[in-house]
Design a protein around this ligand. Sequence first.
Ligand code: ZN
Length: 76
Amino acid sequence: MPIYEYFCPNCRTKFELLRPISRAAEDGICPGCQQHAPRIMSVFASFSRGADGSVTAVGGGCASCATHACASCSLN
Ligand SMILES: [Zn+2]
């Protein structure tokens, strides 16, 4: 089952839910405030892998990330 990311605009919490593809378009329920939270698209940033195996994000920010605190952002 795929993991989808949701962002609660009420309490600005980003969370993930495991759910079937058939329900992917549905809002998630925020674990913090129980409000409906729309799904956000995971950002697949461009990464370059250095000769030493380190991974570097290319192109800076995480444009689609509403919180600027996602896994992709932390790599920047
Ligand atoms: Zn919330």
